[in-house]
Design a protein around this ligand. Structure first.
Ligand code: NCD
Length: 320
């Protein structure tokens, strides 16, 4: 492999996660300036290569690279020579030959970013921006950052850490790369994670996952510090996983009524895009416990931190 890369939260370990969060704090300060830009990656070129739909992740990576003064090129799969029959491998090797220093890769197939990292020979880095149902490491990092910052802001520095927090990750765990990365990152920082889902939306095996499992959201909510809701990934579902969307909302949705079971300091998170009225009621998504907008805002600073660590600091973040 060339490298260094960020392919999985697993590559980082607790120290790596903490380093990203610390640096993200520094870049958040940069973003609050009238001119929110530093020259840290001047001369570097970042290619965003999204082979699957995305709004927030792609734009937030591109903005992060621009805020660090890197050049950004956007690879659009639908209008590329992949449509003329070129292989993915030939395409990325061609782009690397043009001088791309980092590829931000999203693909509907798990494992593509790892494969791209293996093909690159010239030292370019790969950042996994979500691969199938495998991982989405920067989402988990920005969630850890948001939670730390919001807890400090709301409850003071003594309660900012994730150590000992009870986090419920609720919904379509089976198809969710966000769940896989979040479970790893939250547990690295000492939180206790409970997965809450109907049996059909859990992965076939949870061996090695540092989690508890519950099928009863209402009984879990009173004990939660954080409820992390997931979107139903209907685009990945082959076959019938649920009796109906209505039934899902009735049993696993964070309805306004069910949200009343939460403690006064409990926080609600969701990676977006949210489906109002399905996994979360509109008034809960827009209510005071919701960190959803704050999560999106943190994305730029956290991705600046990751890009800087990979391209600007000489640190081998992923140990590859
Ligand atoms: C997630 C994704 O694409 O994996 N979205 C995101 O990046 N914020 C979750 C989702 O699509 O439900």
């Amino acid at each position: 492999m060339s490298g260094p890369h960020l392919l999985s939260v697993r590559d980082l370990g607790a120290e790596g996660v903490r380093e990203v969060l610390r640096l993200a704090g520094t870049f958040a300060e940069v973003l609050s300036r009238p001119v929110p830009r530093v020259p840290a990656l001047r001369g570097k070129t970042v290619c965003s290569a999204f082979f699957e739909d995305s709004t927030r992740t792609r734009l937030s990576f591109e903005l992060a690279a621009k805020r660090l003064s890197a050049d950004v090129v956007t690879f659009s799969a639908s209008s590329s020579s992949i449509n003329k029959g070129e292989s993915l491998r030939d395409t990325v090797v061609t782009l690397e030959a043009m001088g791309v220093d980092a590829f931000v890769v999203r693909h509907s197939c798990a494992g593509v970013p790892v494969q791209v990292a293996g093909w690159l020979q010239g030292g370019a880095s790969v950042l996994n921006a979500g691969d199938g149902a495998h991982e989405h490491p920067t989402q988990a990092l920005l969630d850890c950052y948001t939670l730390t910052e919001e807890r400090r802001r709301r409850f003071g520095p003594a309660r900012e850490g994730l150590e000992g927090l009870q986090v419920a990750v609720v919904g379509d765990i089976r198809h969710s790369r966000v769940a896989r990365s979040c479970v790893l990152a939250f547990s690295e920082l000492g939180a206790a994670v409970t997965l809450v889902a109907p049996p059909t939306l859990l992965p076939p095996s949870l061996e090695g996952w540092p989690v508890e499992v519950s099928y009863d959201l209402s009984s879990v909510l009173p004990k939660c510090d954080v409820v992390y809701l997931l979107r139903l990934q209907t685009e990945r579902m082959e076959g019938q996983f649920l009796p109906s969307a209505r039934e899902y909302t009735a049993t696993y949705g964070l309805t306004a009524q069910r949200a009343r079971l939460l403690g006064p300091d409990a926080l609600v998170m969701h990676p977006g895009p949210i489906r109002r009225g399905l996994e979360i009621a509109a008034e809960v998504a827009d209510g005071p416990a919701s960190l959803i907008t704050s999560q999106v805002a943190s994305g730029v600073a956290v991705r600046m931190a990751v890009l800087y660590l990979l391209l600007g600091s000489g640190v081998n973040l992923a140990g590859s």
